[in-house]
Design a protein around this ligand. Structure first.
Ligand SMILES: [Zn+2]
Length: 168
C-alpha cells in the first residue's frame, strides 16, 4: 500500500502508486552524467469523493531532448502512451500533469519549470484548471499542485516522498 498520499487545498487527496514512484526514481540523476528525464502523469478521479490516484506515468521517449539540466518533452510517444491508456480504461483516465528529474537531492522548480507549468495549465483542455507537477531529486521527490486563476497561476507544494520509503 502506497504511503504517498497528500492533501489538496480543497480537502481531496492525491495518491501516487508504488509502481509510478519506483519508475520515476529509476531515472534519478545519481551519476554525474545522468540526464534529466520526464514524462506525463496519468490517473483516475475516484467517483465518490473525487480523490485523485496517479497510477501510471510515461517514461522518456526517443524524441525527447535530454541533457544534464534540461528535459524537453515532445508529444510524440507520450500522446500515444496516453491514448493507449484511455482506450484500455474505456475513457476513464485523465492527463494529470508532468514529472521530471533534477540533479539535486531535494528539488525545487526553476524559473523555466514554472513557465512551462504555466503553459501546460493554459493549454490543458480539462474543465478543471488544475494539474500536478512532480520533480524527482536524488533523495526526495516533490509534488506541486498547479492551479490556473484569473489573477495568475499558483503552484503549491503539497508534499514530498523519500526515496528510502519505497516498498520493494
Ligand atoms: Zn526542472
Amino acid at each position: 500500500m502506497s504511503k504517498a498520499i497528500y492533501s489538496l487545498p480543497d480537502n481531496r487527496k492525491l495518491k501516487l502508486c508504488d509502481d509510478v514512484l519506483k519508475m520515476m526514481f529509476s531515472y534519478a540523476q545519481d551519476h554525474k552524467k545522468s540526464p534529466e528525464s520526464g514524462g506525463i502523469l496519468i490517473g483516475r478521479i475516484l467517483n465518490c469523493e473525487s480523490h485523485i490516484v496517479v497510477d501510471d506515468a510515461s517514461e522518456p521517449m526517443k524524441s525527447d531532448v535530454q541533457t544534464r539540466y534540461r528535459f524537453i518533452r515532445k508529444s510524440v510517444g507520450h500522446q500515444e502512451f496516453f491514448n493507449e491508456h484511455w482506450e484500455n480504461s474505456e475513457g476513464r483516465c485523465y492527463y494529470l500533469g508532468e514529472w521530471h528529474t533534477h540533479p539535486e537531492a531535494n528539488p525545487t522548480p526553476s524559473i523555466i519549470d514554472k513557465q512551462e507549468w504555466g503553459k501546460l495549465l493554459y493549454e490543458s483542455i480539462q474543465d478543471q484548471n488544475q494539474l500536478y507537477f512532480i520533480i524527482v531529486g536524488t533523495k526526495t521527490l516533490v509534488i506541486w499542485y498547479g492551479e490556473r486563476k484569473v489573477s495568475g497561476n499558483t503552484f503549491l507544494r503539497i508534499g514530498s516522498f523519500n526515496r528510502n520509503d519505497i516498498q520493494n
